[in-house]
Every structure is written in structure tokens, then in C-alpha cells.
Design a binder for this molecule. Structure first.
Ligand code: ADP
Ligand code: ASP
Ligand code: MG
Length: 391
């Protein structure tokens, strides 16, 4: 019998009515004969609220205790979904990350999954139960509870799909699928029916919140097909799978597939000395970008982490050379964009009224750095000029 892993994000399980609605739909699917493993995020805003509670007590909370606290959010949603399924007459059982056998390294707050010992999940599936797993969490090799980084439930889901040999991993969220830009910023953004792992990876790493980048990495590495779809309609969404054939890729050469963005970043510029290396070894926040320019190491991080990073730097005796705030990035994603100087020139021409600070490229992206306040306008304008209204 095929195993399907389905992940429900925070907004999708934001209240009891939504949870009940999901349980009703899943009950129908259960009767169609699929083996279902569900991964849930904490109910909308729960994780943020738990953070705030900790910060009422201290500005520098212990990473271990934060993981104990934050993992509580997913326990609430997993048990409520299980109760709802039981009410529908469907046998179900919920597990924390550690009960599910998700083994991680010891990096509190941003742990990496090392392996999944999913025998309890297999045992319960064999009893015809729906198994619900708390996303975003695991247990370290030192037997401590860990979290996988903000947005990490996507990664829990895809990792479970890999280890369970699932046929598919479905990510249910508050949009219908992946669009050519964040539909909240570009309402005219086009819906993408299919996208290759590499383009999705470029989008996710460059700030498209719709999928956690490490989830796409897992999917690509183990070739798990992933579908991003709406938890409100359950309609067909965006399929993420292996690349298009080489012929199609050539035909799509130098086409902007989608646009990602990131605003409100801070850049710490530090000396790339021994102290900096020691600092990076214990770093536990996501870093949006690292680059080394001659005698300077640049670390771009989200502004919300500022006070924690200031503290970390001071603990390691690292005095920043400079700290720049309110930085934004707009990233055009598509194959071979930067290989065409005329294309780069046309982008620069389009951005002539913006304060472009830097242009950089990789194989699948062209990255434009600008003040954070110009990002939304730049995404809309570039989308209009380079992608258009619809696919
Ligand atoms: P969940 O809580 O379900 O994990 P997220 O908030 O993490 O949901 O991700 C969904 C959000 O991603 C959407 O509400 C949308 O604003 C944002 N998003 C950013 N870029 C894109 C994109 N290219 N396509 C679709 N959604 C996007
Ligand atoms: N609840 C966690 C967060 O808010 C994990 C997730 O939603 O994926 O970041
Ligand atoms: Mg998410």
C-alpha cells in the first residue's frame, strides 16, 4: 500500500475548526486505502508566542531550554489533530519527533537530521492507524530535544518521506502552490504547475518562504516527489520533481522562472581570523548569505536575530568592523541568467531608479542587493517586466 506523507503548516491548523476540517478530508482519504503519515506545525503564532514568553524572562535564553519550550507548540497541534481523527472514527496516534525516531545532531535551535529510526511509525501503520508526527523537532545523539530551525516542519516531512520510502510528500499550506513571486507581494504572480528541484532550491535558499530550503535539499538528494498545495481546497498544487529534460532546459535558457526576495537583513562585517572561525563553529542561527571580500567576512542575517547575535559576538570577543542594517535582496531565479551580459544590462536598466548596491550571480540566479525599503517595489516591477502577468 502506498505511503503518503502530508504536512500541514501553522495557518492550516490555526484553529480547531480548521483542524476538524482537515480530519474530515483525511478520513475520506483513509478509506481510499492510502497509508498516511501526517506532520504538523504548531498552530499559527504559537511558536512566536512561546518565543515571546521566554524573552519576558531573559534576553539570552539557554538554547536547550528554548528547544524544550518551542517543541511544545507542535505537541498541541498533533494531539488535537489526532483527537479530531478519532472523533471521525479513524484510528490514529500522535508522536513527538523523538518518539518518531528523528535523530539529529546536537545543534540546539538549528539541528540537522542524521537519521530516522521510524520503526514505531511502521508498527502503527501496520495496525492501520494514521500516524501524526510533530514537525520541527527531533532528539539528539546526546538524547536532548532539538529543533530544526524556523519553518523546519517541511524538512521533518520530507525527511520522513525519504526514510519511510513514501510515494509522495504533500506540503499543505495557505497558498495554492508555488508562484512566480510571493503572491502577497505580487498579486498577479503566476501559478507554477511543475518546477525542478534545482529551481525550487534556488527559490527556497533565496528567501521564498513557501518551502524550507533543507526540505528541498532532502527531496532532491533522495528524489522524493513533493507537492505544495492548499490546505483549504486540497486541489492539485505545484509538483516539485527531477529536472525537465535537457531539451526543455535549453528552450528555457535565460528565462526568469520566478523571483525570491528577502528584506530586513543585517550585514555583520568581521575579520576572517581564528576568532571568526570559532564563532562560526558554534553559530546556531540561519545565515542568509556568507561572503568573503578580501580581509572581510560578511554575514547576512535576519534583523530579528540582532540582539542574540550581538551577544554571541561579544561572548566570542569578536568586534564587528561594521554592522549595516535594513538590507534587502531581490533574486531572479532561472538557468543561465547571468551568462548573458545583455540580460544583466537590461536588468540594470530596469533598476536605474533603485539604489542597487551589488549584483552577484550563481548558475541559477541573479542576485540584486538594495535597501530593504525598495524590495517590494522592485519585486513587483521586475516581475511585471521579466515574467509578465501569467505563465
Ligand atoms: P506554512 O505555515 O504552511 O509552512 P509559510 O508561511 O511558511 O506556510 O509559507 C507559505 C507562504 O510562503 C505563503 O503564505 C506566501 O506568502 C509565501 N511565499 C513566498 N514566496 C512564495 C512563492 N513563490 N509562492 C508561494 N508562496 C510564497
Ligand atoms: N512551528 C515552527 C515555526 O513556526 C516550525 C514550522 O512551522 O515549520 O517555525
Ligand atoms: Mg513554512
Amino acid at each position: 500500500m502506498p505511503i503518503i506523507v502530508k504536512k500541514f503548516g501553522g495557518t492550516s491548523v490555526g484553529n480547531v475548526d480548521l483542524i476538524r476540517g482537515i480530519a474530515r478530508r483525511l478520513a475520506k482519504e483513509y478509506h481510499r486505502g492510502n497509508q498516511l503519515v501526517l506532520v504538523v506545525s504548531a498552530m499559527a503564532k504559537t511558536t512566536d508566542n512561546l518565543f515571546s514568553l521566554a524573552y519576558e524572562i531573559t534576553q539570552h535564553p539557554s538554547r536547550r531550554e528554548m528547544d524544550m519550550l518551542l517543541t511544545a507548540g507542535e505537541r498541541i497541534s498533533m494531539s488535537l489533530l489526532s483527537l479530531s481523527l478519532l472523533e471521525e472514527g479513524i484510528p490514529s496516534i500522535s508522536f513527538t519527533g523523538s518518539q518518531s525516531g528523528i535523530i539529529t545532531d546536537n545543534h540546539h535551535g538549528n539541528a540537522k537530521i542524521l537519521k530516522v529510526n521510524a520503526f514505531r511509525i511502521h508498527e502503527e501503520l501496520a495496525k492501520d492507524k494514521i500516524v501524526i508526527v510533530a514537525g520541527f523537532q527531533g532528539v539528539s545523539t546526546a538524547k536532548e530535544i532539538t529543533t530544526l530551525g524556523r519553518g523546519g516542519s517541511d524538512t521533518s516531512a520530507v525527511a520522513l518521506a525519504c526514510y519511510l520510502g513514501a510515494d509522495k510528500c504533500e506540503i499543505y499550506t495557505d497558498v495554492d502552490g508555488v508562484y512566480t513571486a510571493d503572491p502577497r507581494i505580487v498579486p498577479k504572480a503566476g501559478f507554477i504547475r511543475e518546477i525542478g528541484y534545482a529551481d525550487m532550491l534556488a527559490l527556497a535558499y533565496n528567501g521564498s518562504k513557501v518551502l524550507h530550503p533543507r526540505a528541498v535539499e532532502f527531496a532532491c538528494k533522495y528524489q522524493v516527489p513533493v507537492e505544495v498545495k492548499s490546505s483549504f481546497t486540497f486541489a492539485d498544487g505545484t509538483m516539485i520533481r527531477a529536472e525537465e529534460s535537457p531539451k526543455e532546459v535549453l528552450m528555457e535558457d535565460r528565462v526568469v522562472r520566478a523571483i525570491a526576495h528577502k528584506d530586513n537583513l543585517i550585514c555583520y562585517r568581521i575579520l576572517p581570523d581564528q576568532k571568526a572561525l570559532e564563532l562560526l563553529n558554534v553559530w546556531h542561527h540561519e545565515i542568509f548569505k556568507i561572503s568573503k571580500m578580501e580581509a572581510t567576512l560578511e554575514l547576512y542575517v535576519e534583523a530579528k536575530y540582532e540582539s542574540e547575535i550581538d551577544y554571541l559576538l561579544s561572548q566570542h570577543g569578536v568586534e564587528p568592523i561594521s554592522k549595516e542594517t535594513e538590507i534587502g535582496f531581490v533574486i531572479l531565479v532561472g538557468l543561465g541568467l547571468a551568462a548573458d551580459p545583455a540580460f544583466v544590462a537590461s536588468v540594470m536598466q530596469l533598476c536605474k531608479d533603485l539604489s542597487l548596491k551589488r549584483i552577484a550571480h550563481s548558475e541559477r540566479s541573479l542576485e540584486l542587493m538594495m535597501p530593504a525599503r525598495q524590495v517590494a517595489e522592485a519585486v513587483a516591477m521586475l516581475h511585471d517586466s521579466l515574467i509578465g502577468v501569467n505563465q
